[in-house]
Design a binder for this molecule. Structure first.
Ligand code: GUN
Length: 296
């Protein structure tokens, strides 16, 4: 079997178009412009690229972008003062603090200082608890993007066996909660799981978010399964730098029914979902109906 390719780049463009459409209607009907504030502390090169891409796409869908680039030596008190200002700013509906923060800053403390209603990353302890208890919350962007692609490809997920490989707070754990919310039977596996291949072979839905290049090979995949590869790993091969996922794409695509590529799979969905979350936050803050199909 050669798996169907789930095109995250095209899917993300569709999500951005839906967001842009809704934003234009909010502006025309209510004079509202959703605003996203992104806070970057320090000069981490990868973070600078991400933050630049977020700002650009925010403006492209018609929203207001507020960028705050702070020096690496910013104190906790200074950062908390900025967050307090953004929490109270009515033009700001979403706030994202780019991680990782420099080591002298306590990221749990900083994230939990956000107004949970503006926490478009869904990392605030209140949003984590709300997601875990099935209450309306802000949902982390990467797992939300995976869920959207799974629903689009498979329709109703009810009763399916889902295995999530990886237990991070950003992807693995919220992904498992979302799949449980869609009535999957969910297993969270990780690098220490015994006979990981056998566990994965039980999966109708296999989400790889373990951060190890090409660890999930074809013999981990149930024939016809849907494989979502969240990994983004830079490796050296044949003297060149190459971007690969956590899944060995070539061997997995021989067995899977459908699979996301790297690059062009989950990656582009993350920022698209950040924009969707900002729109959702703006609608909620103003007592307006939420956009359909862009939330969990
Ligand atoms: N750094 C890497 N991924 C993320 C993310 O999803 N959100 C934030 N805030 N920082 C990140």
């Amino acid at each position: 079997m050669t798996a169907k390719r789930i095109d995250g780049k095209a899917f993300a463009a569709g999500v951005r178009a839906q967001v842009a459409d809704h934003v234009a209607r909010l502006k025309a009907d209510h004079g509202l412009v959703p605003g996203l504030a992104v806070v970057l502390v320090g000069e981490d090169p990868a973070s600078q690229v991400y933050v630049g891409a977020k700002g650009k796409q925010t403006v492209e869908v018609g929203m207001a972008s507020f960028e705050h680039r702070l020096p690496a030596e910013t104190s906790e008190a200074e950062l908390l003062a900025l967050i307090d200002r953004l929490n109270r700013d009515p033009q700001v509906h979403g706030i994202l603090v780019q991680l990782p923060l420099p080591p002298h800053l306590n990221s749990d403390l900083v994230i939990n200082a956000l107004d949970p209603a503006k926490d478009v990353d869904g990392f605030h302890i209140s949003n984590v608890g709300r997601l875990g208890t099935g209450q309306k919350s802000m949902v982390p962007c990467t797992p939300l993007g995976c869920l959207m692609m799974l629903r689009d490809h498979l329709g109703n997920l009810s009763g399916m066996n889902a295995v999530v490989v990886g237990r991070s707070n950003i992807v693995g754990k919220p992904m498992a909660q979302l799949l449980l919310g869609d009535s999957c039977t969910v297993t969270i596996a990780h690098s220490r799981t015994k006979d990981l291949a056998a566990v994965c072979r039980g999966a109708d839905i296999l989400v790889a978010a373990v951060g190890r290049p090409e660890m999930i090979t074809g013999d981990f995949v149930k024939p016809g399964a849907t494989v979502i590869d969240v990994g983004i790993n830079r490796i050296e091969r044949d003297g060149k730098t190459k971007l690969v996922g956590d899944v060995d794409h070539a061997s997995a695509a021989e067995v899977a029914g459908a699979i996301t590529p790297v690059p062009g799979g989950v990656g582009p969905m993350t920022i698209a979902c950040l924009l969707a979350n900002t729109l959702t936050a703006c609608c909620r803050a103003n007592g307006l109906p939420e956009p359909q199909g862009l939330t969990a």
